[in-house]
Design a binder for this molecule. Sequence first.
Ligand SMILES: NC(=O)c1ccc[n+]([C@@H]2O[C@H](COP(=O)([O-])OP(=O)(O)OC[C@H]3O[C@@H](n4cnc5c(N)ncnc54)[C@H](O)[C@@H]3O)[C@@H](O)[C@H]2O)c1
Length: 371
Amino acid sequence: MRKQAKKIGLAIVGAGRVGLIRGELAARHPAVEWIGIAEKNPERAKLVGDKIGAEFVTADYRELISRPEVNALIVSTDEHLHVDPILAACERGLPMLIEKPLATDLGESQMVMDALEHAGIDAVIGYTQRFRRRWLVAKEKVRNGSLGEVTMVTSRAFMNRLVAIDNYKRSDNPAEISPMVISGTHALDIVMWLMEAKKPVEVYARSVNKALGPTWQGIDGTAYTITFDDGAIYHGVISWALPEVWPGAVYSLEVGAVGTEGVLTIDDTHRDIVLATNLVQGEGYAPDKRRHVDFLTSYPVGDMALGELRGPMREETNSWLNRVALGSTTQHATAREGHNRLMLTKAIDLSARLKKPVSLPISPEDEKRGR
Ligand SMILES: NC(=O)c1ccc[n+]([C@@H]2O[C@H](COP(=O)([O-])OP(=O)(O)OC[C@H]3O[C@@H](n4cnc5c(N)ncnc54)[C@H](O)[C@@H]3O)[C@@H](O)[C@H]2O)c1
């Protein structure tokens, strides 16, 4: 007997950029019968509600979560506002897709992970890049031993400062925002997913803040080394302070993994598709009239083509909806992995603040040191 798909009544809390994308995808999914959105900005709520043909629109996430039609939840609020809707939904035991990071405060992240696990909830975190073929192939090659024993990994993430500025503008607490916590977490997740058999034991990091520091009290970039218990090392660099005219609209990544028998290099810089135009570029994370050259496909969620989003967030959202409807297994990050990634990014920031190596894991109390 083939499995019958469960019908989904989907609640989306936070109808910003990502909430809209996921909502449009869900509206096309055959198992989704009902969509409700909670969005605190009334104009945005109306726009998104109309665009996806939502059955229910409110400003109050509690009202949405308590609706009888709802049996699954997407939490796509701003990074520091995931916690309250998650906790409210724990009471109803809803399966959830939560955007990264799980939280921006380590104590809250721990509390949320405990609440999700205690309630036995199937919660996954939106580490969207895991749904791309290139990272899946890399994962498979490391898993099946093609590199022998992996001893050394590097990652270099370069980002347009438009993303950083947008994040600093949206927060009234710049100390909560860092390139590692908000964006470096994607590169870190990919590498830690490749290295998942190994246990990280120490991190050493340094940051710089000359470009974003003066105006935004922000961090430009961070370089870090994570050591594993078997002696393997992972060295990563992220800068989200590249000038607005840098052709990458959002994220360029290079990863190299070296093992005792092999090496794997992945060029995800997007230099292979270049658009140059005299006209103003209308697309990307935050369109800017100074940008006339674009490395296309650098926006990690995907790109609009023929009226629909094409790319990783489509794969990821559809996989999650299939998981809810059919119980299929997926490669999504769990809440425990989401918490681990936040802990690691906070430990990297802590080491950079203290200018000293930090032993892993760190606790919420450790994290407050050096502030
Ligand atoms: N996986 C990816 O590749 C990827 C890409 C971009 C963003 N993200 C993540 O997605 C999340 C959302 O990012 P975004 O770019 O869509 O942000 P956004 O600012 O465009 O949208 C957030 C929306 O949530 C609403 N909101 C906040 N708190 C609310 C509440 N309590 N109730 C109702 N509405 C509320 C805001 O009004 C806003 O409209 C973030 O966690 C971000 O890190 C993931």
